[in-house]
Design a protein around this ligand. Structure first.
Ligand SMILES: Nc1ncnc2c1ncn2[C@@H]1O[C@H](COP(=O)(O)OP(=O)(O)OP(=O)(O)O)[C@@H](O)[C@H]1O
Length: 460
């Protein structure tokens, strides 16, 4: 089996379908065999198998061929580790790939034609950026820079973990500027592209043109600057470009995955230059921000999926459970939209759990049923022994149902398993309790608030 060709196939797919679709569909796949003209690929769920084989099979085959492998057929099998439950019901209908691929190259926004920057994605604007506590400072600083005026933070240095919105904010600045100051020469590119241009200029003996071009911009934005660490001549050139622009009072915006001082193999003088201006970080998202992002994404996809209907509690569930990064969250939603078009009816919590089983497993947060019971009992002022005991009075039965609901939505325990932890109740009793709470969340705002509060308390 040739791992390299699979690596190449993945790279090509990443380029052609964009980071988000890649994370949603390709990242979870595993190549398990490449023999006799057949590529065998494992998918984590049945739903994924159906979707990927319908939408990506031919592309995968072609990329294998380009990578020098003879592949006549791509076979998809569900990983044996995956749950045996069928994903949703009803015969899958042929569907179009949900195209919210960030194939930015097709969406080139107005940017100076003679500048060798990366294309801007017009969807990445301030309007589509959801602001919450973890990113409010970065957002405010980015806005200030985009509004222009006296260059007050130079450079603006944005840093944070994977998929927390650095690239989004940079595109937003560039998009906003192209509206406010259409005459300004804004150059956005990744540090990798900077290096590539530089090496090319050296090779073609056009280094003067290179310098001139980079020094002629009004705003320079370099994404993922950590990439130039350890690349000596590129660092050197970057340093000179940086100084020349700052001297001319031109704005610079830089992003990286960590703070300047923490980038290994970056020259000291560059580290210190990068800290001249304003250094702000994007913190990991919190529950509110994740929920806000999900709600915004659902709204913005209404036109594309007019019949989309998502049961109350599903988005809250995703916001609670998928805490890794926004890209994974978006990937989950992309898959859910695709799923909705397949099943053609409201997406319930159970369907979401099936369809996203692999993502949920990967970001499993270790809240236990016992933690939930304790918090719920405390919140309602009842005894833990009563919560799991046989009493049926309303003041106890309702909190018990809330605890059942939270146990189902915050852990990966099965219904029989939850039943055992609630004093040996039958799984149908648990299911009934969950359904009841789902109903009440939609009709009883006090109870909805209680559930929300409990979620947050347990999220800590
Ligand atoms: N606050 C937010 N509001 C709306 N969308 C967001 C927000 N934060 C991130 N996203 C979305 O999440 C995805 C990942 O964000 P982005 O590409 O900006 O991450 P990044 O920090 O640059 O990560 P990386 O270092 O992996 O490139 C994008 O599709 C982006 O639009």
């Amino acid at each position: 089996m040739n791992g390299d060709s699979w690596g190449q196939v993945r790279e090509e797919l990443l380029k052609s379908i964009g980071k988000n679709n890649f994370a949603a569909w390709i990242e979870p796949l595993r190549l398990t065999g490449l023999q006799d003209g057949i590529a065998r690929i494992e998918t984590p769920t049945r739903f994924m198998r159906d979707w990927v084989s319908r939408n990506f099979s031919e592309q995968i085959r072609r990329h294998f061929e380009s990578a020098g492998e003879r592949v006549e057929r791509v076979e998809f099998v569900v990983s044996s580790a995956a749950s045996a439950r069928p994903a949703g019901s009803g015969a899958p209908q042929p569907v179009q790939a949900a195209d919210n691929a960030s194939d930015a190259s097709n969406r080139r926004a107005a940017s100076d034609a003679d500048l060798p920057g990366a294309p801007l994605d017009p969807r990445l604007t301030f309007e589509t950026f959801v602001v919450g506590k973890p990113n409010e400072l970065a957002h405010a600083a980015a806005r200030r820079v985009a509004e222009g005026g006296p260059v007050s933070f130079n450079p603006l240095f944005l840093y944070g973990g994977v998929g927390l919105g650095k690239t989004h904010l940079m595109h937003a600045i560039a998009n906003e500027m192209s509206v406010r100051r259409p005459e300004a020469r804004v150059l956005y590119l990744s540090a990798e592209q900077f290096m590539y241009r530089f090496v090319q200029a050296l090779r073609e003996r056009q280094i003067m043109d290179f310098k001139e071009m980079f020094r002629s911009v009004d705003v320079l934005m370099v994404d993922d600057v950590q990439f130039i660490a350890g690349k000596d001549s590129t660092q050197e050139e970057f340093f000179h470009t940086f100084n020349a622009l700052v001297d001319q009072g031109k704005q610079i915006v830089i992003s990286a995955d960590r703070a300047p001082g923490e980038i290994k193999d970056l020259e000291e003088r560059i580290k210190s230059r990068l800290q001249w201006g304003l250094v702000v970080d994007l913190h990991p998202t919190d529950y509110e921000l994740r929920l806000g992002i999900l709600q915004q994404k659902v709204e913005s996809h209404r036109a594309q999926y007019p019949d989309l209907s998502i049961a109350p509690g599903v988005l809250e569930f995703l916001a609670q459970r998928i805490t890794t990064n926004v890209r994974v969250l978006e990937g989950a939603l992309t898959r859910l939209f695709a799923f909705a078009t397949l099943v053609g009816r409201e997406i319930t919590l159970e369907m979401a759990q099936d369809c996203l089983a692999d993502i949920l497993r990967a970001s499993d947060r270790k809240i236990t049923v016992e933690d939930i019971q304790r918090k719920v009992a405390e919140h309602y002022g009842i005894r833990l022994s009563d919560l799991v005991g046989p009493k049926r009075s309303r003041t106890i039965a309702r909190p018990r149902q809330v605890a059942m609901y939270l146990a189902k939505t915050l852990t990966t325990r099965s219904l029989p398993d939850i039943g055992r932890r609630f004093g040996g109740r039958d799984h149908t009793t648990i299911l009934h309790g969950i359904r009841k709470v789902e109903e009440l969340i939609a009709s009883d705002s006090q109870l909805a608030e209680d559930v929300d509060l409990l979620r947050r308390l347990l999220d800590r």
